[in-house]
Design a protein around this ligand. Structure first.
Ligand code: GLY
Length: 375
């Protein structure tokens, strides 16, 4: 765990003939043409990206592809969660057809989670499915959403309610591109890094306790190591349970609470996904302690770690923006893990010991949420 010398070796997502590599390191955008070229049946592709990336990084990617004589069309979405809609999906699919993208072509998703999810769903749908490469440009997308093949869009009922499992052919996580992200985005992505440690990797949590500042503040070896560890964890879980029939649901630690908070506040940027996950994770630990699965000391250690990383951990400060406990519980009921009306929660027996349970009834959750809203 302490050897962080970043020997350059891709992380493999082992899914047989749908398996793929995740490359992690600096300057991958400059090298993208050489890395992506072997996946293209002809020297032609389309990049789906957003207006922020188009202004700052797209020219480096197109230059790298042009160096390999690959012709590129760029399809640019408005930046922001609102783009994960049927309207934008339709626009992207029409633009892909306009660009002459055929059944055997591969497209490139270049951006954060919104772009990756939408472009991945377009790739899953157009011509009944074409190949795609993920070039995630946020910490959150590099450690989570670009890996594992979940693609989709949002409905007014909630996030990611329409989508498909569609694995990319390749993931390029360029650590250099993270340098241009606001601090707050890095911190939000860090919540997902901590998640992997909390699910089943106590030594990684101990490492983060010592190295969080380096991971958060610099695009150095520590940050690359944290991304790599996260991708190794995700790759192992996805390889074992690609379609979330079991263990993959553990990756939703903090998300059942988190998604309810996001839905309540709205997707305006006031509460970022990673911030909602941070609060949700702290709540999952607190609830686990309240139910006697773990000690309050473990829960406090996790909250303190997230707070030191500049992340929110409670809901009382948001209470004037949230519905009451009943309203929050209703929003939690829209989760995709609900089975026959029963909520599945990810709880913990300690740091690195997450488990799934359907045994927490609504009354218990209601009391818990009421206390958390008004401590
Ligand atoms: N982000 C959770 C998953 O990929 O399963």
């Amino acid at each position: 765990m302490t050897n962080i010398a970043s020997e350059y070796k891709p992380v493999r997502v082992d899914l047989g003939n749908r398996g793929y590599d995740i490359h992690i390191g600096p300057d991958l955008i400059e090298g993208a043409g050489g890395l992506i070229g072997p996946y293209l049946r002809r020297p032609k592709t389309a990049i789906v990206t957003d207006s922020n990336l188009a202004d700052h990084h797209l020219s480096r990617l197109t230059a790298s592809l042009a160096d390999r004589n690959i012709t590129v069309s760029a399809i640019i979405l408005p930046a922001g969660e609102a783009s994960k809609s049927f309207t934008e999906l339709g626009r992207v699919c029409e633009a892909l057809i306009d660009a002459g993208i055929e059944r055997r072509d591969t497209i490139i998703a270049f951006g954060g989670g919104v772009v990756g999810d939408l472009a991945g769903f377009a790739a899953a749908s157009i011509h009944r499915g074409i190949g795609f490469v993920q070039i995630p440009t946020t910490l959150l997308a590099q450690v989570d959403s670009s890996v594992g093949g979940k693609t989709g869009i949002n409905l007014s009922h909630g996030k990611n309610l329409v989508g498909a499992f569609h694995q990319p052919s390749l993931v390029l996580a360029d650590t250099g591109v993270l340098d241009s992200l606001p601090d707050r985005e890095i911190r939000a992505g860090y919540a997902e890094v901590v998640k992997y440690a909390l699910i089943d990797n106590r030594p990684f949590f101990d490492w983060l306790e010592t190295n969080a500042t380096a991971v958060l503040e610099r695009s150095g070896a520590e940050r690359a190591y944290a991304i790599r560890q996260s991708c190794l964890s995700k790759a192992a879980i996805v390889a074992a349970d690609e379609r979330e029939n079991g263990a993959r649901a553990l990756l939703n630690l903090g998300h059942t609470f988190g998604h309810a908070l996001e839905a309540a506040i709205g997707y305006t940027g006031e509460l970022l996904h990673g911030e909602a996950v941070s609060i949700g994770t702290a709540l999952a630990f607190d609830l686990s302690a309240r139910l006697g699965f773990t000690s309050q000391a473990q829960a406090d250690l996790v909250s303190a770690h997230l707070a030191r990383a500049g992340l929110p951990t409670g809901i009382s400060s948001l209470s004037n923006r949230l519905p009451n406990a009943n309203g929050l519980l209703r929003l939690m009921g829209k989760d995709k893990k609900v089975v026959g009306g029963t909520k599945t929660l990810v709880l913990v027996r300690g740091i690195g010991e997450a488990f799934l349970t359907c045994d927490v009834n609504d009354k218990v959750l209601l009391d818990f949420l009421a206390v958390k809203l008004n401590p």
